[in-house]
Each structure stands twice: as C-alpha cells, then as structure tokens.
Design a protein around this ligand. Structure first.
Ligand SMILES: Nc1ncnc2c1ncn2[C@@H]1O[C@H](COP(=O)(O)OP(=O)(O)O)[C@@H](O)[C@H]1O
Ligand SMILES: CSC[C@H]1O[C@H](OP(=O)(O)O)[C@H](O)[C@@H]1O
Length: 397
C-alpha cells in the first residue's frame, strides 16, 4: 500500500498546530493560545486550540501516515482525512445541525479544522455515567434516515450516485472493518485480544459453523452492496451529546455500503452498554433503540414518499420490503459488532471497566452469546420492540 507523498506532509505538534490556526485566520496573531493534543481514538491526532480570554476554540484533526494505536509498522493512507472532511460536509448538507461544522481542510497535511464540541460529552461516557439523554435516539434516527436515504439510488440520479461512490472509495479503512469486524474475531487469529477466562467461549464460537456461515453472508454484503454513503464507524464513541444536542463525529470510515451497517453499529454499542448495567437500569437503552429505529423508519419512509426517483417506489410492498431487509441486516451487523468489541482488537470501555472482574467476565460471556444469537436469529427478529426480551433470553444461563 502506498503511503502518501510525505515530503510536504509533516505531523503537527502543539506549537505548529496553533501557529497554523493563526495562519488560517482562525485567531488573531497577537493572542496567547492554548493547544493540547486530546486524541483518544485509535488512529489520529486531535488538537484542541483555545483562546483562554474569549473562550473560543477549534479542533484540528490530523491523520498520521500510520495507525496511531499500533505505530509506524502499520501504514495507513492519509486519504482518510479527505474522506472524513468530505463526509462531514455531505452529512451537514443532509442532516443539518447533527455534525460539527468544517472550517478548513488541507489534503496535503491531512487535516480537518472543525467546530469545537468540548461543551458536549462523548455518548459512551455519558451512557457509562448513566446520564439521561432524551434526544440521542431521535437525533441518531434522523441522522441515519437522512444520510442513508439521500445518498442511495432512491434519491440520486445514477451518474451522481456513481460519482459519489468513486469519491468515497475507501479501501484501507474498509479493510480494517473487513478484518477486525467481520473476520478475525471469528477465527483464532493473533489480532484478537481477550481475557484467558474467555478462551473456552471464544473457542466455542470459532467451532460454530452456523454462526460462521451467517457472518460470511454479512461480510459479503459489506464487501459488495454499495447502497448508501455510510458513516462507517457509528459507535457511541463517535457521538457527542448533551440533553439538547447530538453531533456525530469521525466519519473517516465512510464509504458506500449496506444501509443496515450504521444502525447496526449504533444499536450494538447501546446493547454493549446495556450489558454493563443492572437489569433495572436497562430500560433507557431498550427505549433508545426502539426510538432510534422508529424515527429512522418514519423519516426514511417520508423521504421515500416525497423524494424517491425510483419508478418502482410506488409499487405496493416495496418500501416495506426494503425496511424489513435493512432491519434484518441491522440485527446481523449488530451481532458482529458485539462480538468484535468483546474478543477482537478494539474493545469498549463499557465492558472493560465493569467491576468486579468476575462480573466483567460474566458480561463478556453474555456478550458473545448475545452476538451469536443476533447473527443467527436476525430473520426472526422483526421489530425493535422484541429486542428487550430477546436480550434477556439470549444472556440467561
Ligand atoms: N469536534 C470536536 N470537538 C471536541 N473534541 C473532539 C472533536 N473531535 C474529536 N474530539 C476529541 O478527540 C477524540 C478523538 O477523536 P476521533 O475523531 O474519534 O479520533 P480517531 O479518528 O482517532 O478515533 C474524541 O473522543 C474527542 O474527545
Ligand atoms: C486499529 S483500528 C480499530 C478500530 O478503531 C476505530 O475506531 P476509532 O477510530 O473510533 O478509534 C474503528 O472502530 C476500528 O475498527
């Protein structure tokens, strides 16, 4: 894989990042700015630049020519910065108010300068703090319906759609998902990462040919179905929230894929949070899943009726068939995400911080059972209202 021409590229440090923000005219040049690298994700640098006097801030995100979490031994294309900034611009157009505003991008330096969202909290952390998030589900349902419908063949003319598919071809980042979501966790591969106490449950999964056949089908969909422009990594760490606002960040995995992938990742990460809760605290999560899906369904249907260019859209039953297929895929993709976040390379804090350790192991064994059952039974789960019972039944020992 080619690494971008690094002769003009240089990784920024705090002083050069704030100097760049001044050069871009984002701050006056006589100010004393604060700049801190706050990136806690797996891949990139994130600089938070602020003027302490006015309180004004911006975020400057820069891709490194490798995956930050692994180091230079894992080269990764700088083109992901172009994908991320273009996706944010497209999503802002389709779902206004639900993504940070992009102020500036530079493909050579692989940077995106964007709105500072530090007044909000990452949804994973808010959910772990058991915060009430009354608008999260509705906002994400709207984000999904609008970004997915309006980038699909239902809304776009064929040439426009194909041009966008080309613009958002994202092979390196897709390969990460193909490996770490759809392949490695289902085999005894070195990249997997789990506690010794989970080995027996992992081996049971690796021997389960039914699960593996169903994952193979889901992976094929991910590889081949260019239905709509996905966010591509819509976990709760990619969403900023408060009681009144929701902003989706980090779409560097964006590409044209199967519509059910984004709702599947969102629902999976809510289910992973539910696994970290006592039963009496889980209702908020199941209500959020139902609300998000119902909002998605209502807004996708309204957009279909208002704006579909497809002649067959009027055919009775076609919308219902499309939504049923998306829901089936959503449940299957959610199952893959639950499993990979439990024994794969990239974990979630919701499970990893459960105390005591014995309960953490118990919850992770439950996660593996839940993931397998979601994948195998995705055809029998017809609406989100069934998920609470399904979850309780799946994790019962
Ligand atoms: N627009 C923003 N405003 C405030 N903080 C941000 C913003 N974007 C990212 N961050 C912070 O940086 C962290 C990593 O950003 P993210 O885009 O997820 O990076 P990565 O691509 O490496 O996963 C986030 O968890 C958040 O704390
Ligand atoms: C080594 S990439 C693993 C994992 O990291 C990405 O998440 P994020 O950018 O939010 O940290 C993505 O989920 C990848 O699958």
């Amino acid at each position: 894989m080619a690494i971008a021409n690094t002769s003009l590229y240089e990784p920024l440090i705090e002083s050069t990042a704030s100097a760049l923000a001044v050069r871009l005219g984002l701050f006056e040049d006589n100010l004393v700015l604060n700049c801190e690298e706050i990136g806690d994700g797996n891949l990139n640098l994130v600089f938070h630049i602020t003027d302490p006097k006015s309180g004004k801030g911006v975020i400057l995100k820069q891709a490194l020519p490798y995956a930050k979490v692994i180091g230079e031994s894992w080269p990764l294309t700088l083109d992901r910065a172009r994908i991320e900034s273009s996706a944010l611009v497209k999503q802002a157009e389709l779902a206004p108010g639900l993504v940070p505003e992009v102020y500036y991008t530079d493909q050579t330096l692989a940077i995106t300068v964007m709105e500072d969202l530090s007044h909000l909290q990452i949804a994973r952390k808010a959910l772990m703090d058991r915060k009430k998030l009354p608008l999260l589900a509705e906002h994400i349902g709207t984000f999904l319906a609008r970004t997915l419908f309006y980038t699909s063949d239902f809304a776009l003319k064929p040439h426009v759609k194909k041009r966008l598919v080309k613009q958002f071809t994202n092979p390196d980042l897709c390969k990460i998902t193909e490996d770490f979501v759809f392949t490695d966790p289902f085999f005894d591969f070195e990249s997997n990462d789990f506690e010794p106490e989970l080995r027996e449950a992992a081996e049971k999964l690796w021997e389960d040919t039914h699960v593996k056949l169903e994952v193979a089908k889901l992976k094929r969909k991910f590889l081949t179905e260019a239905e709509a422009l996905l966010h591509g990594d819509l976990h709760t760490g990619s969403i900023f929230v408060s009681e009144t606002e929701t902003k989706v960040i980090d779409p560097e995995f964006a590409f044209f894929g199967p519509i059910g992938f984004d709702p599947g990742q969102f629902i999976a990460n809510l289910l992973l949070n539910a696994l970290s809760r006592e039963e009496q605290d889980q209702d908020f999560i199941f209500e959020a899943i139902e609300k998000a899906w119902n909002t998605f369904e209502v807004e996708f249907s309204a957009a279909w009726k208002k704006d579909s260019l497809e002649r067959f859209s009027e055919v009775e039953g076609y919308l219902e068939h499309t939504l049923e297929q998306i829901f089936e895929d959503t449940i299957g993709f959610a199952g893959c995400e639950v499993i990979r976040r439990t024994i794969g390379l990239a974990h979630v804090a919701d499970l990893d911080t459960i105390e005591p350790y014995s309960r953490r192991i118990e919850s992770k064994i439950q996660a593996l059972e839940l993931g397998k059952k979601l994948i195998k039974n995705r055809l029998n789960i017809n609406e989100p209202g069934q998920l609470k019972r399904f979850f309780r039944h799946a994790i019962a020992r």
